[in-house]
Design a protein around this ligand. Sequence first.
Ligand SMILES: [Zn+2]
Length: 414
Amino acid sequence: MNLDLVIRNGILDTSGEPVEVGIADGHIVAIEPEGLPDGAQVLDAGGGMISPAFIESHFHLENALIWDGAINRSGTLREAIELYAEVKKRLTVDDIVERAGRAIREAVAHGTLWLRSHVDIDHIAKLSILEGVAAAREANRDIIDVQLVAFPQLGLTRNPEAVDMMWAAMEKGCDLVGGMPHGERDMDDAARHIEIAFEIAKAYDADVDMHIDETDDPYWHSLELLAEKTIEMGWQGRVTASHCCAMSAWDDALAERVIDKVREAGISVVTNAPINLMLEGRELPHPKPRGIARVKELIEAGVNVACGQDDLQNMFYSYGKMDPLEVAVITAHAAHLSAPHEIQAAFDMPRYNAARLWPLPDYGLKVGAEANLIVLDARSAVEALRRQPDRRYVIRKGRVLTETRTDVRWYRPA
Ligand SMILES: [Zn+2]
C-alpha cells in the first residue's frame, strides 16, 4: 500500500476507538485500529480525535472585521443594518478581499474547510459587493470551498430594483438564493418576497437559504410561509432557514404548528446564537425572550439543526474567532443543551448536520471519501466543546494546511 500520509495514534470521532488513517491521492484509503505501513508523511494525533473537518453554515465575508467608525450604540439589528448601509457605499474589492481573507484564514486554522457566505444584493451595493466576495473566494480556493448566497437584505417588495439585481447575481455566480422576508412591511409582502425568491431558485435550479424572522416580534412567522412554499415547489431538503428568532417569542401552539411544517418541508434550521443573544431583546422589558430558535424542540421534532458564526467583529457583533466549537458551545448555553446526547448534537451541528444542508453526501471519515480532516486535541464531544482545544492538524484533500500547538509552560514554586 503506497500512502502519501498516515495519521497514527488517533481515536475515531464517532466511537472513540483507536484508529490510524491512511491517505493517498487526496482520499482516505485505509482506516484501521493499528498496523498501517508508513506513508511519505506520518502525523501523530497524540491520542486526539480524528474528525471530518468543520463547515461554517452561515457567515458574511464582506463585512467581517469592519470595526473603526462603525460602532452600534443601541446594539440592535436595526442600527447595525443602518450603519452597514452607509459603510457599504465605500467598500472596495481590495478591502473586501483583504478582510475576508483574514476571516477565512482564522476559520481554516480552526478546521473549517467549507463556508457559506450571504452577499448583500440591493439597490445601494448593486453587484459591487458580490464582485469583492467572488474575488475573495477565488483568492482562497486552494484552502476553502465557499458557497455564495444572493441576499436581498434591504427587501424585494420594499426595493423592487433589488429583484433585477438578484437575477443578475445568480447569473454572476451566486450559488443559492437568499432572502429576508421579515424585512418587508408585513406578512403579505413577506409572502411575495418568498415567491420572488423561489421564482429565481426555480429558474437556476438553486437551493434557498433565507434569514428568517430575525426579530423578537411574534407577529413575524414567515418561517411558516417558507415551509408551505418549499412543499408547494417540491424543494424539500433544499431549503435552509437561518436565525428563526421570533419563534422564541411565539406561543407554544404556533411553534408546534410551524415546527411540524418545517419538518415536513425538510427545511434545515441554522441558529446563530452568539449574534442573536447579542442583538435580540435589546429594547424589550424583562422578562426578555431568549431571542434564538427553539433548538431543543426542533431537534426533538427531527429537524436538522446547524449553527453559524454569522458575523465577526463588526457593527452586528463585537466578538467571534471563526471557531465552530465556540459557536456550538454558545449555542449549547443559549439552548439549554447539557445532557450527553444534547452535547453530541451541539458537536455535530458544524459537522454532520451542516453537511446535510450544504449538501456534502461524501462527508465523513470513511474509505473513499476526500481526506478533509482535522486532528482535534480532545477525546470526547464534551471535551471538544468545553476546551475548544487546538486543531493539531487541518488536512484538506490529503494535504496538511495548518498545524497548531498551544504551549503552556508551568513554573511551579519549589
Ligand atoms: Zn446573517
